[in-house]
Ligand binder design. Sequence first.
Ligand SMILES: Cc1cc2nc3c(=O)[nH]c(=O)nc-3n(C[C@H](O)[C@H](O)[C@H](O)COP(=O)(O)OP(=O)(O)OC[C@H]3O[C@@H](n4cnc5c(N)ncnc54)[C@H](O)[C@@H]3O)c2cc1C
Length: 410
Amino acid sequence: MNKTAKQKIICIGAGASGLFFCANSDTDIYDVLLIDSNAKVGRKIYISGKGRCNITNNSEPKEFINNIVRNPKFLYSAINRFSPADTIDFFNENGCPLKTERGNRVFPVSDKSSDIIDCLLRKCRQNNVKIAFEETVKEVKKTDDGFTIICNNHEYTADKLVIATGGKSYSSTGSTGDGYRFAREFDHKIIELKSALCPIRVKEKISRDMYDLTLRNVSLKAENDTFHKTIFGDLEFLPNSITGPIALSLSSLINRIDDVRLSLDLKPALDEETLDKRLLREIEKQPQKDVAYLLTTLLPKAFINFFMENTDTDTKCLLNSLTREKRQKLVKDLKDFKLTYMGLEDIDKGIVTSGGVDVNEIDPKSMESKLCKNLYFIGEVLDVDGFTGGFNLQCALSTAYSCAKAISIS
Ligand SMILES: Cc1cc2nc3c(=O)[nH]c(=O)nc-3n(C[C@H](O)[C@H](O)[C@H](O)COP(=O)(O)OP(=O)(O)OC[C@H]3O[C@@H](n4cnc5c(N)ncnc54)[C@H](O)[C@@H]3O)c2cc1C
């Protein structure tokens, strides 16, 4: 019997989105080739979640969407089609059991990101997907009946082309931003790229002994004349920047605004009056001690010098001679500790890239380009990004799944 030749799909990029697309593509109808410049798949998954891979966030689609910073509405269809609950089922049923931790963050039970990669790769192999390693795509061209994909070693043709090349951050993992160039070839608009989920640079000198410090349960506020946002949680320090969950999240919200003012509330659970009463109690207990001592009852040791240097606190002043004004200044400094914003770290240091392929030119149900038939974009190459907590990997999986299912019925 004469068998008609299968149509060919090429997916560029073997990260989370490319692997998941291939694992779910219909290989009864299509020959699927996955191309990646690396010798191994999933390099970025490997370093994700500090090597543990926070694969998703165990939340309902509505709550999930609230944690998407750019273009949440675009994701609505994809997240409902393949939700965090579906991700959990997928890995549990395919040999990689998952667990949910604080903040609904989901990790493999083994705490090994390599188990997530192995699971995805196994599913691709079972699905008869071919993989071309160490093939860097240099150029993509539209032909009369499909696409030509020109790589460093070979040239390929395809009926359908899926671009899953990721963003531009942590470029050593292979995500060098080539997908934006390919998109431009097809006249797609690229929304300006910005750092996201990245450290925030500050002018104040951060000393070595603060690198291991985590300020727990503080509030970080960023504002300018038209914007203000406060985020509560943990803050950490790097040589010239602040980081940790609240700084990273805030970075994604301020990456397109100027003249940002930063302020830290070191005692967000206490209003000024209650904090003042607390100071008075401490002063009553040890009136002969000085302000430096008082600060040890309020702040972690490694933070005290930094606080004193940047607030001009008279630390030698004895508590029994501390005036009301000086006490109130201390309260103010604790509630509104200013940091001087010096911009965000470079895109390469961001956990994700903000900006990318304009989603107005993409069909949210299939991820197909509205400008070029049979061309698709999935994962971080799109102008979609979320907060930390498993939201970005889930975006990669949901867009990949929607694309695979749409192609299988097209
Ligand atoms: C340090 C770090 C920690 C993170 N932790 C988490 C986390 O715990 N949870 C979470 O949800 N998100 C996390 N993220 C974000 C998440 O990893 C990414 O959003 C997600 O991996 C993006 O998947 P992707 O498939 O779109 O792109 P990528 O995973 O970046 O994959 C793109 C692939 O395309 C290939 N490629 C690119 N250009 C070419 C070319 N020209 N030719 C051939 N191949 C090419 C690359 O080699 C790469 O393999 C983290 C990111 C970083 C950097």
